[in-house]
Every structure is written in C-alpha cells, then in structure tokens.
Design a protein around this ligand. Structure first.
Ligand code: F6P
Length: 320
C-alpha cells in the first residue's frame, strides 16, 4: 500500500480534468493516503511547485473547465536529467506514486519516467482530441464536441440566411474524432479528417451539383490536421464560385464547463486511478471500453496509434 501519492495535469487542458483531480484527491484521502498536487505539469515537478492537498483544495472545481493545477508542455522533462530532477523532487517529499492526466505526449513522458526510475505511475487520458489508444473516451472530448455543435448550429443559421458555404476548422492535429462526431451530429455536408484522403476538386464538383439542384447552403467541417480552414475555404470559393466564409473555433473548443458525461467519466477514472496506484499497481492507463472502465498498459497506450472508428467514416459518407 502506498501512503503518499501525487496528481498532475499535463499537455493541453481539457474540460473534466478538474473532476478527475478531485476524484483522485478525495479517493486518496478517503483511503487515509496523503495526496500532493503538482502545479503547471512537469514544469512544477522540476521547479518544486508541489503542495499537499486537503479535501477543501478541490472544492468548487468540478464545474470548471481548464485545470486548477495548471498545465504545460515541458521541454526540460524530455531530457534524462530533467526527469531525474523531477523524480528527486518527488522522493524528497516522500511521494511514492503519481497520477498523470494528459494526452499521449504527457503519458509518453510518464511512461519513460516510470521506466527510468521505477516510480509507480497511473495515467488518465485527458485531451479533447479523443486519440489515446485503448480507450474509446478521453476526458474533455464530450464537452469539446458539444461546444463545436453549438457553433455549427449558429453557423447554419447565418449560412442558410445568405445561401453560403461555411467552412469550420476544428482542433485535431493528428486526429479527426472531434471533426467527425461534431460533423455527423451537426449535419455537415463534408467532414475532412487527417485519417482519410480527400479530393478537393471532387468535393467542389459535388458542391456545385448540389447547389444547382437547390441546396440552400453547405457546412464543411475540417480537422486542423486535414488542412487549414482558410485554404479549404479559398479553394472552394475559387473552384465553385459559391459565396464562402471560414470560421475557426480555436481554443474556445478547449474551454467551458464540462458536460455531465465528462464530469462523471472523469470522476470514475480518477477513483480507479487513485485506488490502483495506492494498491501498488503501475504502468497502466484507465480508459473506457463499451462504457466500462478498463485498464490499458501504459506502454501500449503510448506506442500505438488510435484509429478513427471506420463506422464514423461510413456513416459520414452515407449521411452527408
Ligand atoms: O488538446 C489537443 C489539441 O487540441 C490539438 O488538437 C491542438 O492541435 C493542440 O491541442 C493545440 O494546443 P496548443 O495551442 O495548446 O499548443
């Protein structure tokens, strides 16, 4: 049984991270285990921005987006010297294990730290991109998808009024999950994702035919990894002559109060992470498979690429 653990968030923030931190903290305290918060991701581990937490420290955060611990991407942690310094700072405080909440880059860092030092680590997938291998869900993806849908609904109103084509660029540097689910549920005509090649000439020909046949307006959702929204919009305007506008949602889709799904899932994952770590387990990530919490090998999670569900791609082709 571990007697003292720490929790941190790393990489891009995502709504629900606070719920996960809260669940880790309160579960540990419930077990009579000391729990520390590390501020600012791996930076805080290296700079000793580490504090012991009590239950009240995680009050009034479940409804907030972002992460109250702060987060960062840390270059120094990418070096063996940086990781050894981080490890030393944990050991000096008697911290015996660590919960890391973040995307694949952050979990990769955690995996290397545990390999090099042997410190027990449990990961939780926290990213709006929903691209951590082994889990059908990552903390924050539901809130982000709902934020995008809200934008699509609004864009449809104005697109319809003007008979315009609107291109909406959403996040997803390497993953089209957000674009795909929001495009499908927002009724977009075209969804461009990095996982699937597309031919802009073909799309434009198709658009012209649809417009000539009476289509009032069109929505194109582009994942940033599949192309820049303004370039796609420019190509469409030039090739079709259609009145086209481009919107980029940017970091708006990363913030906001988490949905019920993100709060509940993050709380469940946080409890599992704390209990597993305290019981001495290490090198696992908790995620979801068919609605159930499952543990995934940490090294597998960071060394495999999650594929976009082909059912989504098929559905998008049929419905759009
Ligand atoms: O959170 C993941 C992600 O949203 C990617 O899809 C995106 O490319 C990236 O973060 C941008 O994050 P930042 O602006 O913080 O570098």
């Amino acid at each position: 049984m571990l007697k003292s653990i720490a929790v941190m968030t790393s990489g891009g923030d995502s709504p629900g991270m606070n719920a996960a931190i809260r669940a880790v903290t309160r579960t540990a305290l419930h077990q009579g285990v000391k729990v520390w918060g590390i501020r600012g991701g791996y930076h805080g581990m290296l700079d000793e921005d580490i504090f012991e937490m009590q239950s009240k420290d995680v009050s009034d955060i479940i409804q907030r987006g972002g992460t109250f611990l702060g987060t960062a991407r840390c270059k120094r942690f990418a070096t063996p010297e940086g990781r050894m310094l981080g490890y030393k700072n944990l050991v000096e405080r008697g911290i015996q294990g660590l919960v890391v909440i973040g995307g694949d880059g952050s979990l990769r860092g955690a995996s290397i730290l545990s390999q090099e030092t042997g410190i027990p680590i449990v990961g939780l997938p926290g990213t709006i991109d929903n691209d951590v291998w082994g889990s059908e869900y990552t903390i924050g993806c539901d809130t982000a998808a709902n934020t995008i849908i809200d934008a699509i609904n609004k864009l449809r109103d104005t697109a319809s009024a003007h008979r315009r084509t609107i291109v909406l660029e959403v996040m997803g540097r390497n993953s089209g999950w957000l674009a795909m689910v929001s495009g499908i549920s927002g009724g977009a005509e075209y969804i461009l994702v990095p996982e699937e090649e597309y031919d802009i000439d073909e799309i434009c020909e198709d658009m012209k035919r649809a417009y000539d046949a009476g289509k009032r307006y069109m929505m194109v959702v582009v994942a940033e990894g599949a192309g820049k929204g303004h370039e796609v919009g420019k190509a469409i305007a030039e090739k079709t002559g259609l009145d086209t506008r481009v919107s980029k949602l940017g970091h708006i889709q990363r913030g906001g109060s988490p949905t019920v799904i993100d709060r509940v899932n993050a709380s469940r994952l946080g409890e599992h992470a704390a209990l597993a770590l305290i019981s001495g387990l290490s090198d696992i990530v908790f995620g979801f498979d068919r609605g159930h919490v499952v543990s995934i090998n940490l090294h597998d999670a960071v060394n495999n690429k999650k594929l976009l569900n082909p059912e989504f791609m098929r559905l998008a082709r049929v419905l759009t």
